[in-house]
Design a binder for this molecule. Structure first.
Ligand SMILES: [Cu+2]
Length: 525
């Protein structure tokens, strides 16, 4: 098969994988769509609508308009260098934005909420895909409404390919069914219906946790794969839950290989039997399923390190008072205690999805390539300035960065274009893990210090780092009492779209903390 033929098959396989029946969680009915209808090539997207779906009980969805047909909850497949050019329409009763998570794009396209799209309005968004191959994603980012809208289903995947990505698929001899891109979320499901987003004050502090996994919007997700290598690009799309991913085969854990992280492929694969990734982080893994009949992907038990935060008031965004919730329930009301049956706590074991291995084996799969990309080791220039930030908990306002709740009109600091800085982020000892996300730029993890015992045991790499710290990152978990050093790089292309001051954000991606204003703006000048 020549490269062109392989690419076509590869795209088809991603579409097939993502095209399983969508479970309408808010009703007993199942919406099914042909596999090919849910995969959208970037060049075909003319309009991306954000709307409340009927009749599936008011769940939100993205709808891609391809001119002659509409695709609900599209998975967009693109190549480095492609242009995104679409009109985004907001059919929700709340303001919204579409944030393209992980992409290096101008402020005007970042969708960070500086100019949200009012109900009924539209916005033209155009940008070039400059990033390496990898799994990126898009989700709402309107300040105060992000958690509710994301929980309601507004999450889309953006699979970017390039030459390294092509070479890997060829080397693995991936069967057409064996490349999957999956968004793993958790939902509160009772009696076959999806509970509306109604966090108590305690939920707003610890996060909104579900009791069932949703994979690309479906409960009890299963995928049928062929013997040989399977490549999984996985997003933690939960509002607040960390995932310690492993693959159970009966009583044992199947080994797998970490291929890549948020921003693309590692230099070399790492063999593991479990990998931790927090909300908004992605992992790219290869698993040899030859000789196996089924694998169950689970999140293993771990110590989530949530501290008792007492009766502190949960803060919520003032914008929320101006618009109706998506479902008719109040949010962040104090006094209504959490019912334990509603959710599985963070760190408890949870089943995620099942891989069924069908078909005859075609012999031993090829060896994994030794080199996946030319990514260099994480280093910072010796003269790089160090920018220090502290993550804290304040009883009056909740979780804060540098003791300051978010203000949309504040610029916390400015960095010069092209500057490389070391960011030293220290989390309070009496806090929670915070998955911190940098908009517009990626970074590398240099080292960790002060990590508590159970999380320290996951640190398989030098400098106290996790295996996922070896790659390009845009989101990094920082445990209580931990200090993490990041090598940032604020290089921007000399493209007209990036001229002038560009505003970006640094914030916690526990979506309840994000809506609770654990965010800061910064400018690149
Ligand atoms: Cu947080």
């Amino acid at each position: 098969m020549n490269r062109r033929g392989f690419l076509a098959a590869g795209a088809a396989s991603i579409g097939a994988a993502l095209g399983v029946p969508l479970t309408g969680c808010a009703s007993a009915t199942r919406q099914t769509m042909p596999a090919s209808d849910r995969l959208v090539h970037l060049s075909a997207v003319r309009r991306l609508a954000v709307e409340l779906a009927e009749p599936v009980g008011g769940r939100c969805r993205y709808v891609a308009d391809l001119g002659d047909r509409q695709v609900a909850q599209p998975i967009i497949v693109a190549r480095r260098g492609d242009i995104f050019d679409a009109v985004i329409e907001n059919a929700l009763p709340q303001p919204t934005t579409v944030h393209f998570h992980g992409l290096t794009i101008p402020e005007a396209a970042d969708g960070a909420g500086f100019d949200s799209i009012a109900p009924g309005d539209r916005k033209h968004v155009r940008f070039e895909l400059l990033n390496r191959s990898g799994l990126y994603w898009f989700h709402p980012h309107p300040h105060g409404f992000t958690a509710e809208q994301a929980y309601s289903g507004l999450v889309g995947l953006l699979v970017v390919a390039d030459d390294d990505d092509d070479a890997l698929d060829v080397a693995l001899r991936l069967a057409p069914t064996n490349r999957l891109a999956l968004a793993i979320a958790d939902a509160r499901v009772a009696g076959g219906t999806l509970a509306p987003y109604a966090p108590t004050a305690e939920d707003c502090l610890h996060g909104w946790f579900g009791n069932r996994a949703l994979v690309n919007g479906a409960l009890d997700a299963q995928r049928s794969v062929a013997p040989g290598w399977v490549r999984l690009q996985l997003l933690n799309a939960c509002n607040a839950r960390g995932l310690l991913l492993a693959f159970r085969d009966g009583d044992s854990l199947a080994p797998f290989h970490l291929l890549g992280t948020d921003g693309g492929l590692l230099p070399t694969p790492r063999e593991l039997d479990r990998v931790f990734f927090h909300t908004a982080e992605r992992v790219d893994v290869a698993i040899n399923v030859a000789g196996r009949r089924a694998l169950v992907a689970v999140s293993l038990t771990f110590d989530p390190r949530h501290h008792d935060l007492g009766k502190a008031a949960a803060h919520h965004h003032p914008e929320r008072e101006r618009y109706a919730p998506l479902a008719p329930v109040a949010v962040c009301e104090s006094g209504s205690g959490r019912s334990d049956s509603d959710s599985i706590p963070d760190g408890a074991e949870m089943q995620l999805f099942t891989l069924r291995i069908d078909g005859a084996s075609t012999g031993a799969p090829p060896p994994l390539p030794v080199q996946l990309s030319t990514l260099a080791d994480a280093l910072a220039p010796p003269d790089a300035p160090v920018r220090r930030m502290r993550l804290d908990f304040d009883e009056r306002v909740g979780f804060v960065i540098d003791q300051t709740p978010y203000r949309i009109d504040e610029i916390a600091f400015s960095v010069n274009r092209g500057t490389r800085e070391v960011w030293e982020i220290k989390n309070s000892p009496i806090s929670m893990p915070h998955p911190m996300h940098l908009h517009g730029f990626s970074f590398r993890v240099l080292r960790r210090q002060g990590t508590f015992g159970p999380a320290r045991r996951l640190a398989t790499e030098s400098g106290g780092r996790l295996s996922t710290d070896l790659g390009v990152k845009d989101t990094v978990v920082i445990w209580p009492n931990e200090t993490v050093w990041l090598a940032t790089d604020f290089a921007l292309p000399q493209d007209a779209a990036f001229h002038g001051r560009q505003r970006y954000m640094f914030h916690c991606h526990n979506l309840e903390h994000e809506d609770g204003m654990m965010m800061r703006n910064f400018a690149v000048v």
